[in-house]
Design a protein around this ligand. Structure first.
Ligand SMILES: CC(C)(COP(=O)(O)OP(=O)(O)OC[C@H]1O[C@@H](n2cnc3c(N)ncnc32)[C@H](O)[C@@H]1OP(=O)(O)O)[C@@H](O)C(=O)NCCC(=O)NCCS
Length: 322
């Protein structure tokens, strides 16, 4: 016994920033960004906060699930960029939706949603939960260096959410962590201690793009095979691949290596970019709302990010479109 997906939700900031917009602030152009990443535009916070966007995603997932908030047993939020260090975004969402259950945030960078699914699985398996809300929300626009063309073009802001209920649709899940500060890191805010004698790094994302690319490609291929094996299915039995939207070239390279039809890979990178841990639940919700999935479909969710962390899960879709 683990869980089934009862509802999905997502929200994106209203402001859309195109590649041409970016070419006015850094030395780049639409052709380079599209060709090297697959991104045309992304949504960026302007007069909203990431808390506002997370509220919208949570509200939508709860509405889609038709579950009463009083029946939620836990709220897990994955984020690296919420509006407050404390209270957690999960506690803030708890107040917004009027729930009374425990709530906490986790940090596993872009893999946060898969880590949250694994935590949820354990709550269901131990009999400690019947319904869990997961929200993944990230405001990467707060932590990219807007003068650095190799990183600022890659990311967007947004939030995705799911309500999970007791069920048996998680067929396999796998997480990995491998400590590495050199490939991707975001230094924390440094404060203004008059006693600190250390050099203060600015709180911007630092990434070795090429190393990240290699790590991501290897992780997607290996983790897909591993979770398929754990679930006792063939990779060809997977109906849809919902893969972290970091670079379309990473996704296409993995698709070719696994020799799977490209139509099985669902993407929104063109219009959303990389929204860190929000990426997978946003894409899941967009496809759910489009009616892409039918009951019985097998989905693999695949992500990777700073840590270095990776995670993959195979779920069976049981939900009928509302
Ligand atoms: C970042 C990334 C798009 C860069 O693409 P790339 O093909 O590796 O490009 P390189 O970094 O080798 O740069 C090639 C050239 O383009 C330039 N360039 C970098 N960003 C540019 C931009 N936005 N516009 C124009 N030129 C750019 C570089 O300066 C370099 O110029 P040079 O050859 O004169 O030195 C790619 O490495 C990538 O997607 N990596 C993975 C990132 C990722 O997954 N991050 C999320 C982790 S969760």
């Amino acid at each position: 016994m683990n869980f089934t997906v009862a509802g999905t939700g997502s929200a994106l900031p209203k402001k859309v920033i195109t590649n041409d917009d970016l070419s006015k602030i850094v030395d780049t152009d639409d052709e380079w960004i599209k060709k090297r990443t697959g991104i045309s535009s992304r949504h960026i916070l302007s007069d909203e906060t990431i808390t506002d966007i997370a509220f919208m995603a949570a509200d939508a997932a709860i509405a889609d699930s038709k579950i009463d908030v009083a029946d939620l047993d836990l709220i897990i939020v994955s984020t690296v960029s919420s509006d407050y260090l404390t209270p957690s975004l999960a506690c803030i969402i708890q107040g917004h939706i009027g729930a009374t259950c425990p709530a906490f945030d986790i940090s596993a960078a872009c893999t946060g949603f898969i880590y949250a699914l694994d935590i949820a699985k354990n709550y269901f398996q131990s009999g400690n939960a019947k319904n869990i809300l997961i929200v993944s929300a990230d405001a990467m626009s707060r932590i990219v260096d807007w003068t650095h063309r190799s990183t600022c073009v890659l990311f967007g802001d947004g939030a995705g959410a799911v309500v999970l209920s007791k069920g048996s649709d998680l067929l396999a899940i796998k997480l990995t962590s491998e400590s590495n500060l050199d490939i991707i890191s975001i230094p924390h805010v440094t404060g203004n201690s008059p006693f600190s004698e250390l050099k203060k790094d600015l709180s911007y994302i630092k990434m070795d793009g090429r190393e990240t690319y290699k790590f991501a490609f290897a992780a997607i291929c290996k983790n897909t095979n591993d979770v398929a094996q754990l679930a006792g299915i063939d990779v060809n039995d997977i109906d849809y691949f919902i893969t972290h939207q970091a670079n379309i070239r990473i996704i296409e390279a993995a698709q070719q290596r696994m020799n799977v039809p490209i139509e099985k890979f669902l993407n929104n990178i063109d219009s959303a970019g990389n929204t860190s841990s929000a990426t997978i639940p946003i894409l899941l919700d967009q496809e759910n709302k489009k009616g892409t999935f039918k009951p019985g479909d097998i989905l693999v969710l695949n992500s990777f990010g700073a840590g270095l962390t990776t995670g993959a899960a195979i779920i069976r879709w049981s939900k009928t479109t509302n």
